[in-house]
Design a protein around this ligand. Structure first.
Ligand code: PMP
Length: 354
């Protein structure tokens, strides 16, 4: 039995893999999901259901559009300022990691990014707090979960400025109040589905104010008006996302999965804090429930532990090169039994190194 702790693309439920495989062979009357037209009523129903499930699972209020895009979260780094930042305007950015930094880098093509706070000097091991956001910022951009460093923002700052959030690695893992955000985006390949799909949840009133011409493929309004069918959408990725969102709904939705995610994260952090061989890398109050980063007190034991874990069915826990050590990603579909399997190995390793 393999336990997949990969950071993304990552684990999805086995039943989703089975249903998706079946649709590759026969989606409708012997035709594969890979060969049908996206304009068929059957596929239009898939898009409609996917959008409906996102709205339902995240309790999206009226006045927002859910749009299915491509280009990954990385294209959103440019699409956000292109659509929301007036020519030469300034937007506020919270610098909490590599992904936030990449978002900041793209702003210069359209205006100025004002970094209101940063944890870069401490290798992004905490979420800055107590900063202020200038009232004249076109928007405030934050990254709710820092996949590489294992920090998560559990609270938004108080501000009247429109809030834009990269939720790629914690979307639908816990309940959020969408009405506090003006634009949420996420690459799908963690809690939503396979790579190839990007989801944006946009408050309609923030659009159309940049004053610049926007290429059609990069204009949220064009995709919204086109019902996420302005061009050929990533048919299979959307289909698998729909299956996965159905699975999440059948589990009781985001509030229920949040309880499981808390239980999983608490169990592993407890072991990291108890076991004398290991230590966490982030400020305790900002610890992510999705990506749990830890190192060993004795770095020389890291290679042997990694080997021991891999030999015993643990997949994908090698830490990102900028943090080192280990990163256990524990997205919605990872069962708690996998977390217990990892904890058992940490305890056995401790016994073997007494
Ligand atoms: N933001 C975050 C928080 C991420 O974790 C990632 C990818 N892991 C990205 C952005 C980039 O996403 P993509 O590869 O879909 O462009």
């Amino acid at each position: 039995m393999r336990h997949n702790f990969g950071a993304g693309p990552c684990i999805l439920p086995q039943e989703v893999f089975k249903q998706a495989s079946q649709a590759v062979l026969d989606f409708k009357d012997g035709l594969s999901i890979l060969e049908i037209s996206h304009r068929t009523p059957e596929f239009e129903a898939v898009v409609d259901e996917t959008v409906k499930l996102v709205k339902e699972l995240m309790n999206v209020p009226s006045g927002y559009s859910v749009v299915l895009l491509q280009g990954g979260a990385s294209l959103q780094f440019s699409m956000v300022p292109m659509n929301l930042l007036p020519q030469g305007g300034t937007a506020a950015y919270l610098e909490t990691g590599v992904w936030a930094n990449k978002a900041i880098k793209e702003v210069k093509n359209f205006g100025t990014a004002n970094i209101v706070a940063s944890s870069k000097a401490d290798n992004y091991t905490f979420i800055p707090k107590g900063y202020s956001i200038p009232e004249d910022s076109a928007y405030f951009h934050c990254t709710s979960n820092n996949t590489i460093y294992g920090t998560e923002m559990f609270e938004l700052p108080e501000t009247n400025v429109p809030v834009v959030c990269d939720m790629s690695s914690d979307i639908m893992s816990h309940v959020v109040d969408v009405s506090k955000y003006d634009l949420i985006y996420a690459g799908a390949q963690k809690n939503i589905g396979p790579a190839g799909l990007t989801i944006a949840i946009v408050k309609d009133e923030v659009l159309g104010k940049s004053g610049r011409g926007i290429p059609s493929m990069l204009d949220y309004k064009v995709h919204i008006d086109g019902g996420s069918m302005y061009n050929t959408p990533p048919v299979f990725s959307i289909y698998v996302a729909m299956l996965n969102l159905r699975w999440l709904k059948s589990k009781g939705g985001v509030a229920e999965i949040e309880k499981e995610n808390i239980a999983k994260a608490n169990a592993l952090y407890k072991e990291i804090d108890r076991n004398p061989l290991f230590k966490g890398t982030c400020a305790v109050e900002d610890r992510s429930r999705m990506n749990i980063c830890f190192v060993m007190e004795n770095p020389e034991l890291e290679k042997p532990f990694l080997k021991f874990a891999e030999e015993n069915g643990i997949e994908g826990i090698k830490g990102h090169r900028s943090v080192g050590g280990f990163r256990a990603s524990m997205y919605n579909a990872l069962p708690i039994t996998s977390v217990h399997a990892l904890i058992d190995l940490m305890q056995t390793f401790e016994e073997n190194h007494k």
